[in-house]
Design a binder for this molecule. Structure first.
Ligand code: NAD
Ligand code: DAU
Length: 354
């Protein structure tokens, strides 16, 4: 059972899972603004995928799903995920990332406690978390390790940290077999265009400014989403119960450099002149704007534990992953049009009503 599987990473995970396994997936997603069933269009008619619209905090629904489908594992992707939105309105973040996680854990605990024998032994709850819970690094500081202290700085990261602490406590207190992964910034197909990379791809193609917060020198550690999915599959299969695994791309880049590389690839794949834009390079659209309040300066993940203990390493470099990502956005104009026009929401309302 996957929660949040209509969002960016969750949808990539479900698609990859079913491309490689025949084991069915129950996909529980509330379909907030970030949930998009277009992401799962490739699974239409696939009986291995069962989509359920609902909230991880809806105990009655979750209890029923667990009782009916008896999943051997739960992977919790569901969250409010955008830092800027958490600054404008933290309420939903507290509700889903903390209270929702708590209710989900309560349902899962009751379900797991009633399991017996091998089913109980094999069961896993995997919490998908973020490097942001570790706070901000100075330029020279060593990368985040699994033992780094939690020092969240935004309402988003604080709410993820609180959810992680509950997961940890349910293992320590009740013995629930949990795994936690802390991943760095993802990018790739189906990324909602409120986040830096898809926002800049779509703005550039429309000839709009590419907004960089502050001086644009903040550093993030970028990971291609399919590499994140392969790491989660491995942790689920081989991870040690109660352990935390950092996942990262060994790809630290300043935002300004990210956007410059993105512009260079776009100049090659979709030159501005071919789109009737009065520019010679997309770089000329880069614009510095007001900084994000409390903006973390640098994140960097030390993913050596995952390599050492489980043998994982990312397949993509930043340049190969970004090229694939840009090509995907160029090839999937109808997905882009539905997201940018909001048409995917109209369809949801039509399909699901209130
Ligand atoms: P996203 O915002 O694209 O998707 C979140 C999904 O969760 C959406 O489909 C939404 O409808 C669903 N959802 C929200 N509240 C829900 C609720 N109460 N019940 C059920 N479903 C709900 O997020 P994402 O970028 O795919 O991130 C997925 C997970 O990975 C999150 O937990 C996030 O914290 C974590 N993460 C993200 C990144 C990243 O770079 N995007 C990096 C590390 C970790
Ligand atoms: O590090 C993992 C985290 O990465 C995840 O936990 C979050 O869910 C995910 O949203 C992401 O958070 P960030 O805040 O790092 O991602 P975002 O794409 O919003 O911003 C990346 C960097 O780019 C960050 O330093 C802020 C900056 N930025 C972002 C936007 C949207 C800009 O300079 N301009 C922008 O318009």
């Amino acid at each position: 059972m996957v929660t949040g599987g209509a969002g960016f990473i969750g949808a990539n995970f479900v698609l990859d899972w079913l491309a490689q396994h025949n084991e069915p997936v129950i996909n529980l997603d509330k379909l907030t603004y970030a949930g998009n069933l277009d992401n799962l269009a490739g699974l239409q008619g696939d009986t291995r995928h069962m989509f359920v619209r609902g909230d991880i905090g809806d105990t009655v629904l979750v209890d029923r799903l667990l009782a009916e489908h008896r999943p051997r594992a739960i992977i919790n992707f569901a969250a409010e995920s955008h830092v800027d939105r958490s600054i404008h309105g933290p309420g939903e973040f507290i509700q889903t990332n903390i209270v929702g996680t708590f209710h989900l854990l309560e349902s899962v605990r009751a379900y797991w406690e009633a399991l017996e024998g091998e089913a109980k032994e094999r069961f896993r709850f995997l919490q998908v978390s973020t490097d942001e819970v570790y706070g901000s690094l100075t330029k020279e500081a060593p990368s985040f390790r699994e033992t780094s202290r939690y020092e969240p700085n935004s309402p988003y990261s604080a709410s993820k940290a609180a959810g992680d602490h509950l997961v940890r406590a349910y293992h320590h207190t009740y013995g629930l077999p949990v795994l936690t992964t802390n991943c760095s910034n993802n990018y790739g197909p189906y990324h909602f265009p409120e986040k830096l990379i898809p926002l800049c791809i779509l703005n550039a193609l429309a000839g709009k400014p590419l907004p960089l917060y502050g001086d644009g020198r903040q550093v993030r550690d970028w990971l291609y989403v399919k590499d994140h999915c392969s790491a989660i599959r491995l942790v689920l299969e081989k991870g040690c119960v109660g352990e935390t695994y950092n996942i990262g791309g060994w790809n630290e880049k300043a935002n300004l450099d990210v956007v410059r590389i993105l512009c260079d690839i776009l100049d090659e794949l979709a030159p501005p002149t071919t789109r009737d834009l009065p520019l010679t390079t997309y770089r000329s659209l880069i614009t510095f704007v007001k900084d994000r309040p409390g903006h973390d300066r640098r994140y960097a993940i030390d993913a050596s534990k995952l390599k050492r203990e489980l043998g994982w390493k990312p397949q993509e470099t930043f340049e190969t992953g970004l090229r694939k990502t840009i090509a995907w956005y160029l090839d999937n104009q109808s997905w882009v049009a539905n997201v940018t026009s909001g048409a995917y929401r109209n369809w949801l309302d039509k399909q699901y009503g209130t």
